[in-house]
Design a protein around this ligand. Structure first.
Ligand code: R7I
Ligand code: MG
Ligand code: MG
Length: 349
């Protein structure tokens, strides 16, 4: 479909859930041979194997809260979103949440809490978390707000409910920006896509708090920009090994070591690749490649899936994958409602 078509909205949320559910198989694995990935994926096609339902993890659980909150409040309401995170956690605590964020989610359920951002600020000796938990749930922000500055602002605030370190919340901003641009069809011109992300993140990371966190954590002056430049270098190379991707971009639980990686997975899989079946469409390639990197596979596949789904649209996603993942129907409904919200709020001049 064209820019911001319903198919792209549905693709984004559905492929995000698929990445999480399918990627859960390899989360934390150090090395994942492509052969194992392809075996896992072909077992999804085989109904006689009875893979059953693959459950979603915290990535999708929290993204659902974000989508529900944005829809119910027709915009960003930090109190409502915080309440939903807390309620979801207490209803299903065993979705594989990060070890630190559990404290925040428990505090957020206290009725005495006035400042909903305070529990996140108390994390990790007052510096806040740099985990990828803000980024993994950022896609719905891109689907709710047509305006780029709103996407940036609300993805930032939504992440701040659990991740107050700039290396955490700026990962969420970058992920939301990538979905936003992909929804517009910006991946048709991959080099311009990455240049636009760099331009936006230059501004985002120019902020005083971001510079300070980067200094304290001994990262580059603008850590996400630096990674985006590495992506551009990798894109220009004819051959890139999995090992190089891991060593240049990472595959870990920090937002800095996973959001740029997810973006690279999408860019790398825009064309067919030798290591992947010819029959695969773009979303299948992207998710398969994300899993082969190992590490935080559910989250990297979830983020890459959302960006890729916004590019290729829902029609390219195999039904057999959709059928075996928990929560896909809901994601599809949220996508349809967010599509209406997005187009309603567009100002007609
Ligand atoms: O970021 P978060 O919500 O975790 C998301 C990840 C995804 O992979 C999910 O699929 C799930 O598996 O977890 O949860 P946090 O607890 O805020 O951060 C995740 C981890 O990153 C923490 O448990 C720490 O190990 C590490 N971490 C830090 N370590 C030291 N100093 C995050 N911030 C810091 C820090 O400032
Ligand atoms: Mg998870
Ligand atoms: Mg994960």
């Amino acid at each position: 479909g064209g820019p911001a078509s319903l198919s792209r909205f549905r693709g984004a949320l559905v492929a995000g859930v698929l990445g999480d559910c399918i990627g859960g198989e390899f989360e934390g694995a150090e090395e994942v041979p492509m052969e194992s990935v392809l075996q896992h994926l072909s077992s999804l096609d085989d109904e006689t194997k009875g893979t059953g339902i693959l459950e979603y993890s915290d990535d999708t659980a929290m993204a659902r809260c974000v989508a529900q909150s944005l829809l119910t409040r027709t915009g960003f309401d930090e109190h409502d979103m915080a309440r939903r995170f807390a309620k979801e956690y207490s209803a299903s605590p065993h979705r594989g949440y990060g070890a630190g964020v559990i404290q925040v989610l428990k505090k957020l359920s206290s009725p005495q809490l006035n400042d909903v951002y305070q529990p996140a600020r108390d994390q990790f000796n007052g510096r806040g978390s740099f985990g990828n938990g803000g980024a993994m749930r950022a896609a719905p922000f891109a689907l709710a707000f047509p305006d780029l500055s709103d996407v940036k602002r609300f993805a930032h605030l939504g992440a701040m409910l659990t991740h107050s370190c700039s290396l955490g919340y700026n990962g969420a901003v970058l992920q939301a920006l990538a979905v936003h641009l992909s929804l517009q069809g910006a991946l048709d011109l991959p080099h311009q896509f990455i240049s636009r992300l760099i331009k936006e993140m230059e501004e985002v990371e120019g902020d005083e708090a971001a510079r300070n966190d980067a200094r304290i954590l001994k990262e580059a002056e603008k850590p996400f920009c630096e990674r985006l430049h590495r992506i551009r270098d990798l894109m220009d190379r004819s051959k890139v090994s999995i090992e190089e991707v891991i060593s240049e971009l990472g595959n870990g639980i920090a937002a800095l070591h996973s959001v740029p990686t997810a973006i690279f997975c999408v860019l790398h899989c825009l064309q067919p690749r030798e290591c992947l079946p010819e029959s695969y469409g773009g979303v299948e390639r992207t998710i398969a490649y994300s899993l082969a990197l190992g590490g935080d596979t559910d989250t990297i596949a979830c983020m890459a899936g959302a960006i890729a789904g916004a590019h290729y649209g829902i029609e390219t996603i195999p039904l057999s994958w959709i059928r075996c993942c928990e929560g896909v129907e809901d994601a599809d409904q949220y996508a349809e409602r967010l599509y209406k919200l997005y187009h309603q709020s567009q100002i007609v001049i």
